[in-house]
Design a protein around this ligand. Structure first.
Ligand SMILES: *Cc1c(COP(=O)(O)O)cnc(C)c1O
Length: 496
């Protein structure tokens, strides 16, 4: 097998192997690590049809993690995709209302981030052993809700790693907050920030850039790392489920050999949809990649004009995990669009940080045709949840509803009838309030935990174990701090 090496999107600097890229997270020049060449399938895709999720994960990930021994990778996969998921299928595909919903929310925290964050800790730990790192890894995360809990769940009790999560005390849902402050595991630390998500995020970013502080904690035997989606260790595991969905359709006779599919992804940081694009480069038969946004429609504008402009009002929506104005993973796509031109990418990213805007070249614009960009608003999102439920009894969460609404628009616009997979990124049980509000006005006075029971009645689905006894669980994390106290809080934890 060809060795897969990685380099930064912003310079021609030395190539490194997967282990180093996973440990480092971000390149020193501020760029993101990308594979120097894309591995391609070594056999016709239908030959993969009888693999289960774990076997397919091994086949795909081994092509990227060529410095991992087979046993090492298998161990990581076994530890990640086990009974934490409430179905052995891991990512089932369900056909409803003319589309195929790829349910990525069967993990412990009910959102798609579990797909990668359940394996990342094991990849990190293995990588650290392989490169002979003599420091304990400390994961620092600021979260607006989903990432924090998924990371805590993934890293809890993983030896040799600590995880510290900061969340805006009054900026997450009742369920999200409970999920975090009841987290077990002696290596987990959860702190509420008095401020909003931006305060938490800015505070944490400052720590990563604080050379003196980083040196100090290095001396104490620690090294900071990130579980953010800029890490290639989060991207690679996400490629697997797009192949899995394709093979599922093939197996069920819904598509023929080599028939192309469309993939719709509700998009924020461009990580999930980028994994589908990487899949296409490896030989997955894809027609259109449909990028669905909410009213923070910076990607819609980009795909339609080639201009990225983050200077606009930030909107709070009912699909909060997509409320993003700077999609960091887009940089990896730009890198491929430009024919791997580091200088050009460096220049565009500089423009983005200085002017808040950049425009791609005419040559690059041609490559945008792999994608279709669409967006929708909250009113239409509520309507879509209700309509899908009334047509089919299938309940979808607001993020998935954004994807489905954009897909319908795409069909109207193009008349394209290609079979389509929709990435269903969260369980309706996770965004109970918006989901129930879409269905009826009768639930307004109920608390989030009561609403969980109502959803269970409505769908005849059992309450997922991740939130089942949440209101009975002990609160284990009570610490709060001001956003300018983040550094001293971290110091305290690491000095204990
Ligand atoms: C994180 C998240 C998204 C956005 O995914 P990106 O990889 O950031 O594009 C969409 N839906 C849900 C539920 C999420 O948690």
């Amino acid at each position: 097998m060809e060795k897969c090496f990685y380099k930064s999107t912003r310079s021609k600097k030395a190539k490194i192997n997967a282990s180093e890229a996973i440990i480092k997270g971000l390149a020193d020049d501020g760029g993101l690590y990308v594979p120097m060449e894309f591995p391609v399938l070594d056999r016709p895709i239908e030959k993969l049809m009888n693999m289960n999720y774990k076997e397919l994960a091994f086949y795909i990930m081994k092509m990227y993690l060529t410095d991992f021994e087979e046993d090492e990778l298998n161990e990581c996969i076994d530890k990640a995709y086990d009974e934490k998921f409430d179905t052995p299928l891991i990512a089932p595909v369900v056909e409803k209302v003319g589309a195929n919903f790829l349910e990525l929310y069967h993990g412990p925290t009910l959102a798609f981030k579990d797909m990668a964050l359940s394996i990342l800790p094991h990849l990190l730990k293995t990588a650290s052993r392989k490169i002979g790192l003599d420091k304990e890894i400390v994961i620092l995360t600021a979260t607006s809700g989903d990432t924090g809990k998924a990371a805590l769940e993934g890293f809890a009790n993983v030896e040799g790693i600590k995880i510290i999560v900061f969340f805006p005390e009054d900026g997450v849902s009742e369920i999200q907050k409970r999920q975090m402050i009841t987290q077990e595991g002696s290596n987990t630390f959860v702190i509420g920030i008095k401020g909003n998500f931006d305060d938490a995020q800015t505070g944490v970013k400052k720590i990563f850039g604080d050379t003196e502080f980083n040196y100090e904690i290095n001396q104490r035997g620690y090294i900071f790392s990130s579980a953010n989606s800029i890490n290639v260790g989060r991207l690679i595991p996400q490629i697997v489920y797009y192949f899995y969905a394709y093979l599922n359709l093939l197996k069920e006779g819904k598509i023929q050999k080599n028939e192309k599919i469309n993939i719709v992804v509700p998009t924020g940081n461009f990580g999930n949809i980028l994994a589908a694009y990487y899949g296409k480069k490896m030989g997955l038969p894809v027609n259109k990649l449909i990028c669905a946004s909410n009213e923070n429609n910076v990607l819609y504008d980009f795909i339609n004009t080639g201009v990225y402009d983050r200077k606009r009002e930030f909107k709070k929506t009912i699909s909060p995990s997509m409320d993003i104005l700077v999609s960091s993973n887009l940089e990896r796509f730009l890198y491929e669009l430009s024919g791997q031109d580091e200088e050009l990418i460096k220049d565009m990213m500089k423009k983005l940080s200085e002017d808040g805007r950049y425009e791609i070249t005419d040559k690059m614009k041609k490559g945008l045709s792999d994608f279709y960009g669409g967006y929708t608003n909250d009113a239409k999102t509520y309507e879509t949840i209700k309509e899908v439920y009334e047509d089919s009894g299938y309940l979808i969460d607001p993020h998935t509803a954004v994807a489905y609404a954009v897909y319908k628009k795409y069909k109207e616009d193009t008349g394209d009838n290609t079979k389509t997979v929709i990435a269903s990124t969260a369980s309706p049980f996770k965004f109970t309030r918006s989901v129930m509000k879409a269905i009826s006005d009768d639930f307004g006075s109920m608390g989030d935990f009561e609403l969980v029971k109502e959803i269970s009645k409505l769908t005849e689905l059992e309450v997922p174990k991740g939130i089942k006894d949440l209101c009975k669980k002990d609160i284990l994390h009570k610490k709060t701090c001001e956003s300018n106290e983040i550094k001293s809080v971290i110091s305290e934890i690491l000095c204990e």
